[in-house]
Design a protein around this ligand. Structure first.
Ligand code: DQA
Length: 137
């Protein structure tokens, strides 16, 4: 089972970014926990603050990997290009958010990813990623 977590802008700051919303743990640290928890999953990780790099990674993995776990972060709410990339590929995509975007500002209530995602998991903190992996097993 080959899965990739693709994280969008500012998620490289997890651990120090708005900890009251996103927690104290760095993603690298959490990734180690995930790899221990799912030893049979070949778990890849890619983070970028650049929209086009995220689109390229979706294209690159979207015809061969078993699943993509995508937290496009702020681009979720703005990027027609990432939405189109998710639509274009054959690999199923689970959209993930750390926070419950529906309990936050109105501009976070719309997603360009959701219409073409296999499912959406949000609001469980970093555990949202673990739940997304489980959904592929
Ligand atoms: C986020 C929610 C987005 O609205 C926000 O822009 C992020 C993170 C989340 O994981 O909760 O950067 O995707």
């Amino acid at each position: 089972m080959q899965l990739i977590i693709i994280n969008g802008p500012n998620l490289n700051l997890l651990g120090k970014r708005e900890p009251e919303i996103y927690g104290n743990q760095t993603f690298e640290d959490y990734l180690q926990q995930l790899r221990l928890k799912f030893p049979n999953v070949d778990l890849h990780h890619f983070q970028s603050n650049i929209e086009g790099e995220i689109i390229s990674k979706i294209q690159e993995t979207g015809f061969s990997f078993d699943g993509i776990i995508l937290n496009a972060a702020a681009y979720t709410h703005t990027s027609v290009g990432i939405g189109d990339a998710v639509k274009a590929i054959t690999t199923p995509v689970i959209e993930v958010h750390i926070s419950n975007t529906f309990s936050r500002e109105e501009f976070r209530h719309h997603s360009y990813i959701s219409p073409n995602a296999k499912g959406v998991i949000l609001g469980f903190g970093l555990q949202s990623y673990s739940l997304a992996i489980q959904s592929f097993l």
